[in-house]
Design a protein around this ligand. Sequence first.
Ligand SMILES: NC(=O)C1=CN([C@@H]2O[C@H](COP(=O)(O)OP(=O)(O)OC[C@H]3O[C@@H](n4cnc5c(N)ncnc54)[C@H](OP(=O)(O)O)[C@@H]3O)[C@@H](O)[C@H]2O)C=CC1
Ligand SMILES: O=C(O)CCC(=O)C(=O)O
Length: 424
Amino acid sequence: MSYIEPAPIKDKENPLESMMQRFDKAVELLGISEEMYHILKVPRKQVIVGLPVTMDSGEIRTFEGYRVIHSTILGPSKGGIRFDPEVNLDEVRALAAWMTWKCAVVDIPYGGAKGGIACNPREMSAGEMERLMRAYTTSMLDVFGPDQDIPAPDMGTGPREMAWLMDEYSKAKGMTVPAVVTGKPLVLGGSLGRTEATGRGVMVSALAGMEKLRINPYRATAVVQGFGNVGSHAALLLRDRGVAIHAISDISGAYYNDKGIDIAAAVAYRDNNKGSLEGFTGAELISGDDLFTIPVDVLVPAAKEDVITRRNVESIQAKMIVEGANGPTSSKADDIINEKGIMVVPDILANAGGVTVSYFEWVQNRIGYKWTLERVNRRTDRIMKDSFDKVYETSVKYKVSLRIAAYIVAIDKVSSTYKYRGGF
Ligand SMILES: NC(=O)C1=CN([C@@H]2O[C@H](COP(=O)(O)OP(=O)(O)OC[C@H]3O[C@@H](n4cnc5c(N)ncnc54)[C@H](OP(=O)(O)O)[C@@H]3O)[C@@H](O)[C@H]2O)C=CC1
Ligand SMILES: O=C(O)CCC(=O)C(=O)O
């Protein structure tokens, strides 16, 4: 028997602190009361579970899993499940709060939650992953529910894991409950457009930002860190709008080509190479750190938190950062970015396309009807563009960055909803 220790919180800028610093700034500008501050700050529920799983070797390993419900003020809580060795409670708490603000920014009727399991999916077989996901679902039967808390994919998980979750939950309830989870395979009630939705939202946000900066997409260049669900779809869709992608990266390194990378070839290579870009020959191999220093119009961090910090922020030469990942920029880097005059389209706006189409999937499951891809994309684009415009106007009104403006929009929405519900 062995026990997988969750990774200790590293000596780096803690994502929860980064989230709270932005939250505090926005709260101060909005002038909300002390009572409301605590209502919005403290998560409603935090669940930690031990998950014993039989590995293929016959050994039983116990993993630690988390689900944090940050808020249910706007509706049932919503947020993905992350499988990653570095998952810890503080990270999940920050990610859950970001979900609350994200749903509020794009005005969809959900609160915020997030889940995670400290595990390494790269070292696990499909059978081990399945047993782990089913054990987690069983532990969360009282937490999850189509009107209660609705999970979805995040780093290290995708439609396959959501299918196992739906099946395990449905078996326990004695009926098929597709609306308990989103990001499912199409045959199980998944929505057309969900797989590429987050990347699509990144593309719409990037184009809206370029318009403000008067950058012509057909002459624009970009680099994308992370080539998973979000990064690869963002790269494909930006390329479709004329943007030349000069570098992409994953854990194996960054791949640079100043003539523009053939993104479709990179996707095909990754898909035939166990999900990795390692050995990709359509570009020069450079270090992951060097990707941030390339002079381009748009930098899209689409891997994980705290990749833009005080350590590397000075070397960034992009005109715009569009945050595909959650929390890629530490709060300490924000001030320097603002001084440098770089526009940042923040995570809680830029990557909200995923939860938007998750909401559409949930709506379709509840009405028992399937929308066309054209309808999903049209509605997603409109929500993303309207949300960008609202955040932009707020940034002008309060003379703040787009990030603080997005927090202002979100906190205002959640706090006024709380008052309408009569909780105050
Ligand atoms: N999936 C979704 O719908 C949404 C995701 N997000 C956020 O987007 C981010 C990415 O999620 P998603 O695309 O789903 O995750 P995936 O697991 O699909 O992809 C993550 C990618 O990041 C790469 N990566 C991890 N660490 C590094 C690193 N240190 N340097 C370079 N690349 C790295 C991975 O490489 P490798 O494969 O080699 O490990 C992989 O290419 C996360 O912050 C997530 O919370 C936000 C909104 C919705
Ligand atoms: O699709 C969803 O419901 C949530 C996706 C997610 O976890 C995120 O936006 O960070």
